[in-house]
Write a protein that binds this ligand. Structure first.
Ligand SMILES: Cc1cc2nc3c(=O)[nH]c(=O)nc-3n(C[C@H](O)[C@H](O)[C@H](O)COP(=O)(O)OP(=O)(O)OC[C@H]3O[C@@H](n4cnc5c(N)ncnc54)[C@H](O)[C@@H]3O)c2cc1C
Length: 388
């Protein structure tokens, strides 16, 4: 139905897409509604994702990664899974986001110690940046890391941690200096004394993903668990965004495609006043607008991902992809709810898949930087290019 192949750079990745599509449709889709309704983290789907190497896609090859084109591969997997279950797709994204600091900036020794724990040991990683008083403004974090001999002592409260309650390892951003913005990433094990899990959040959408508070109370972290150079955590977080924002765009794209598929299925046999419902202009407008937004999102998402894999600056395109695809998913799912209402009146509320997708889409406008922040990034990048 969609031109999914043109932007995929290799035949291997086209085959990969087909494989993920089959897994998502056959094994993940049947559980999506239940996971949403009962708001639980699905260990069965987690195992499935491990079994197919999808939770180590972006790792170095010797630790289970795909090697070349890893951002594109991540986007493909996320898109295919999000068509049926956005919560499961988010698990893939956060595993890539949380492991990025060690993959990008960890010492060889640290990688040898922790990456096998994550890949062979199947430990999930959470990414602890956001705090009650610091979301969009990452430089406002209050969690501190104070050096004392061969270790750091971490103290602070983190919130909105995806996989917070189910992870075995945490990438934690903490202030290592009084100077604003001077922060560093640390790798923290779940078993380290002083780390505790707080409230599990109840969310509007993506309810099958686990989102919690995480508290750090005098957590003693070995000095060698510092990732990269002290004070450069903010730069690592920005680099991480170049990969994660296309991936969130891919999630939004998948949600929009899933919703359109629901509408197409719903209108297949339906008639009103002796005329197939698909022949009504109001339905055709919605189909046309949705399909166009989906194709435009796809173009941005995969161009941003390809640039990332080529090691080229993709900051502007990554923000465009995330922002556009998330807004598009919101628009598409809203229009599809409207269309279903035309088909079925009050019964539209019973079309659970579309209703879930509508709620799931909203979150893509918020995490990995809200869409307002993406617009600021795009404008700043544009002005930088223009002014030289
Ligand atoms: C489901 C979910 C999962 C998440 N997972 C994680 C995770 O795993 N790890 C993690 O660290 N964080 C995570 N987050 C946090 C997420 O990244 C933040 O919610 C997001 O960055 C926004 O921060 P905030 O909620 O504190 O909003 P605020 O920063 O307080 O912003 C409030 C509003 O003001 C707007 N705003 C702020 N500054 C500006 C500005 N300069 N110009 C214009 N508008 C502005 C924002 O767009 C927003 O609408 C998650 C969030 C959600 C909802």
């Amino acid at each position: 139905m969609f031109d999914q192949a043109t932007l995929i750079p290799t035949d291997e990745l086209k085959i990969f897409r087909e494989k993920i599509h089959q897994i998502a449709r056959g094994k993940i889709a049947p559980q999506a509604s239940l996971v949403d309704e009962e708001e639980f983290f699905n260990r069965e789907v987690e195992s499935l994702l491990w079994n197919h190497g999808l939770l180590t896609l972006t790792f170095p090859e010797e630790y289970g990664g795909i090697g070349k084109n890893k951002t594109v591969a991540l986007c493909i997997a996320v898109e295919e899974i999000a068509k049926y279950c956005a919560s499961s797709a988010l698990l893939l994204i956060i595993q890539a986001v949380g492991s990025f600091p060690i993959i990008h900036s960890g010492s060889a020794e640290l990688k040898r110690k922790y990456l096998p724990q994550m890949s062979k040991g199947r430990k999930l990683v959470a990414y602890l940046v956001t705090e009650p008083s610091a979301g969009s403004d990452v430089s406002g974090i209050r969690t501190t890391a104070k050096r004392g001999g061969d270790h750091y002592l971490l103290n602070g409260s983190k919130c909105f941690a995806t996989s917070g309650g189910v992870a075995g390892i945490y990438s934690v951003l903490a202030k290592t200096s009084e100077e604003k913005g001077k922060s560093s990433f640390f790798l923290v094990e779940r078993e380290f004394q002083g780390l505790s899990i707080g409230r599990t959040e109840r969310k509007l959408g993506q309810r099958g993903s686990n989102t919690t508070e995480v508290f750090l109370d005098n957590v003693k972290v070995p000095a060698e668990n510092l990732l990269g150079i002290e004070g450069e955590g903010f730069l690592i977080a920005m680099k991480d965004f170049d990969m994660s924002r296309p991936a969130i765009g891919a999630q939004a794209l998948g949600i929009a495609e899933g919703a359109l598929e629901v509408l197409l299925q719903s209108i297949k046999e339906k008639h009103a006043l002796q005329k197939p419902i698909r022949d009504y202009p109001i339905i055709q407008m919605i189909l046309a607008d949705s399909a166009t937004l989906i194709e435009a999102s796809r173009g941005l998402v995969y161009r941003a991902a390809i640039l990332c894999d080529e090691g080229k600056n993709n900051t502007k395109l990554a923000s465009m992809a995330k922002c556009f695809a998330a807004d598009a998913a919101m628009k598409v799912t809203t229009e599809i709810i409207d269309a279903l209402q035309i088909l079925d009146g009050y019964g539209a509320l019973g079309k659970l898949d579309a209703e879930r997708m509508f709620r799931d889409a909203k979150l893509t406008q918020i995490f990995e930087g809200t869409n307002q922040i993406q617009r600021l990034v795009i404008a700043r990048q544009l002005l930088k290019e223009w002014m030289g």
